[in-house]
Unconditional design. Structure first.
Length: 220
């Protein structure tokens, strides 16, 4: 999957009933992520922590959907284990898990390890995670091996960055940025336009090259 591409639509059975993916997203953002298998330890921690943070995703207008190549009944049974392990999940399990036991969706969305792609006996979805915007375009992709669990704080951070830069258009977020930190102004913005765009002020950093390209602001 390439950034900027339209995510292919599909219909699928989930723990919340059948969905048409594009219709289900509607006008929201979406985080679609795959996990290797049900009833496995790292996946249990991942789906649990994401469930615990459901309200944080809601604040950002982001719907959540998980996927693996297990059967629907396995998903349903496993949810009880996840809730038992992560006891701070409020109420019912808050997001659907797609059953893709034919691997059709996983292949379409490029969620399989290349070495096992065509082996139905060993192929499991890797830890792929896609952030999709309301236009159904892929905006961010994270792909982890099966051995490494993901960080929910990092997922929320990159969503904040995407939504901020979409809103302001002429900025980017630097390394290790978190909301409240300084953001970077794109080099394409002319100095004479800065007071209008950022009336609360801009900091300029002098560089040995003499090129004035590092400009920051907290005016957002």
């Amino acid at each position: 999957m390439r950034l900027g591409a339209i995510i292919p639509n599909f219909k699928a059975n989930t723990t919340h009933g059948e969905i048409d993916f594009h219709e289900w997203i509607g006008d929201s953002w979406c985080m679609l992520f795959s996990h290797p298998a049900d009833f496995t330890p790292v996946c249990t921690t991942e789906l649990g922590r994401i469930a615990v943070h459901k309200n944080e995703f809601c604040k950002r207008n982001v719907k959540i959907c998980a996927l693996s190549c297990d059967k629907l009944q396995a998903h349903t049974d496993w949810v009880n284990d996840i809730k038992s392990y992560c006891r701070d999940i409020p109420g019912d399990f808050p997001y659907p898990i797609i059953s893709d036991d034919t691997r059709e969706i996983a292949v379409k969305l490029d969620m399989l390890d290349e070495r096992d792609r065509d082996n139905e006996d060993t192929a499991m979805t890797v830890r792929a995670l896609y952030i999709i915007d309301p236009e159904k375009r892929l905006r961010l992709s994270m792909v982890y091996p099966t051995s490494t669990g993901r960080n929910v704080d990092e997922i929320l951070r990159v969503i904040d960055s995407l939504q901020l830069t979409d809103r302001l258009k002429v900025v980017a977020t630097p390394a290790n940025w978190v909301p409240g930190d300084k953001i970077m102004i794109l080099p394409s913005v002319k100095d004479e336009d800065l007071p209008k765009l950022f009336p609360k002020g801009v900091d300029k950093v002098s560089m040995p090259s003499g090129i004035n390209y590092v400009r920051t602001t907290t005016d957002y």
